[in-house]
Ligand binder design. Structure first.
Ligand SMILES: [Zn+2]
Length: 251
C-alpha cells in the first residue's frame, strides 16, 4: 500500500509529472516550482529538512496561494510556543469578534488550505491528481463558534466527523490506511477508502501537524481532530488501499 515515510519516498514525489493544483501535466519549458506542503513556516527549523514533502507545481498555480499559506504556517507555528508553556492564543474558527483573547479564523480560508494540502497528499500517494472540483467535507482542528452578544456559542457537533475519525482509526488498526509521515514525524496524514452505496468512492482522512488540536480554545470548546472526506465519482485510484467498512465492524 502506498506510503511516504522516508526521504527516498519523498524524492519520488518531487518528480511527479503533473501539477497537483490544476491537475495538468507539465509541458516542455513550462515554469515549474517546488511547493512545500504544508508551508515550511509551520515547522520548527530542525523539522524542516528531515524531510519535507515537496511537490512540483506550475509557478502560476503556486503563486495564487502563497500569502495565505504563509499565514497558516505561522498560525500552526504558534503551537510550538504553546507546547513550551508560553502565552496561549485562543483560536476559534468563527465569524465575529469576541474579545482580545481570541484569534479568529473567520477571514481566513483554513478549510480551503487544508483541502489543497489534501489534494497534494492525494497526488503524492496515488501519483494522480484529484480533479480541481472535488467536493470536500472538512473539520478543522480548531473549534467553531458564533458570537452572540459577546458570548461565544459553540457550533453544534457534526456527528459525521466522529464517524470519519473512527473510520480512519479502525482501518489504521487493521493496517488498511495509506499514510504520509514527514518533517520528523510531525506531519502525519492517514487516508482510507470505501465505496458508498450509490457508487462513488469516498476517502476518509485525518491530518495531524504537531499537536495542533491543542491550539484551539479548549476552555470554551472541546478539542477535536482534523478529519474529513472527499469523493471521487466512479473511480478508486489504482494505488489506493481499500478499507474495511465501518458498519461491518460495528455489527
Ligand atoms: Zn498547475
Amino acid at each position: 500500500m502506498p506510503q511516504i515515510v522516508s526521504q527516498r519516498d519523498a524524492r519520488a514525489v518531487k518528480k511527479l509529472p503533473f501539477c497537483y493544483v490544476c491537475g495538468n501535466a507539465f509541458e516542455n519549458l513550462e515554469a515549474v516550482t517546488d511547493d512545500h506542503v504544508p508551508p515550511q513556516t509551520a515547522f520548527l527549523p530542525e523539522d524542516r529538512e528531515n524531510f519535507p514533502l515537496i511537490l512540483p507545481t506550475h509557478k502560476g498555480c503556486n503563486h495564487t496561494f502563497s500569502t495565505e499559506d504563509e499565514v497558516f504556517g505561522q498560525l500552526i507555528g504558534l503551537g510550538h510556543e504553546i507546547e513550551k508553556g508560553q502565552d496561549r492564543l485562543k483560536i476559534y474558527d468563527g465569524s465575529d469578534t469576541v474579545g482580545n483573547t481570541f484569534a479568529l479564523l473567520g477571514d481566513l480560508d483554513l478549510h480551503g488550505a487544508i483541502q489543497r494540502w489534501v489534494m497534494a497528499f492525494h497526488a503524492a500517494l496515488y501519483q494522480e491528481p484529484l480533479p480541481p472540483l472535488t467536493k470536500f467535507s472538512t473539520q478543522t482542528p480548531f473549534p467553531s463558534g458564533t458570537s452572540v452578544n459577546g458570548m461565544v456559542i459553540p457550533d453544534p457537533d457534526k456527528p459525521q466527523f466522529r464517524d470519519y475519525a473512527e473510520q480512519v482509526e479502525i482501518n489504521a488498526q487493521l493496517g488498511l490506511v495509506d499514510r504520509i509521515s514527514a518533517n520528523n514525524g510531525n506531519l502525519h496524514y492517514q487516508c482510507c477508502w470505501q465505496q458508498s452505496d450509490d457508487g462513488p468512492w469516498l476517502a476518509f482522512y485525518k491530518l495531524d501537524i504537531y499537536a495542533w488540536s491543542k491550539l484551539g480554545d479548549s476552555k470554551n470548546f472541546g478539542s477535536r481532530p482534523c478529519v474529513g472526506a472527499y469523493a471521487t465519482p466512479g473511480h478508486l485510484p489504482a494505488l489506493a488501499t481499500r478499507g474495511t467498512e465501518l458498519w461491518s465492524v460495528r455489527t
